[in-house]
Design a protein. Structure first.
Length: 111
C-alpha cells in the first residue's frame, strides 16, 4: 500500500533501479576481477577460477602424473575445478545475494 493512496514516485523508483543496476554492475566486475582456488588430491592439483567461474589457471604437481594412470589425474583435475567453482559460487552469493534481495523490495517488480 502506498502512503496517502497516491501513485508511486516514478522518479524515485527510477533512481532506485538505476542505483541497483550500478551496484549490480560493480558486483559483477568485482567477481570478474576476483580469483578463488580449489584443490584435490591433498593439493596435488590446484585450479584457479575467477569469481564469475572462468577457469584461469591449473597447477599439477609432477607427483600426480603417472603415464600409466591418466584417469586418476583427470579425476583430480575435475575435482579441483569443481572445488574452485564451488568457491566461486559462494563468492557470487556473497556479492550478488544482497542485490537480488533488494530487487524483491522494489514495488512493481515481480521478484
Amino acid at each position: 500500500m502506498i502512503p496517502g493512496g497516491g501513485q508511486p514516485n516514478m522518479q524515485q523508483l527510477l533512481q532506485q533501479a538505476q542505483k541497483m543496476q550500478q551496484d549490480l554492475a560493480a558486483a559483477q566486475q568485482e567477481l570478474a576481477d576476483a580469483t578463488v582456488e580449489g584443490s584435490a588430491g591433498g593439493g596435488l592439483v590446484k585450479a584457479t577460477v575467477s569469481g564469475a567461474g572462468e577457469l584461469k589457471g591449473l597447477v599439477i604437481d609432477p607427483k600426480a602424473v603417472d603415464p600409466e594412470d591418466t584417469e586418476t589425474l583427470a579425476d583430480l583435475v575435475l575435482a579441483a575445478v569443481r572445488d574452485a567453482n564451488g568457491a566461486a559460487q559462494q563468492l557470487q552469493q556473497q556479492k550478488l545475494g544482497p542485490l537480488a534481495q533488494g530487487l524483491g523490495g522494489m514495488p512493481g517488480l515481480p521478484f
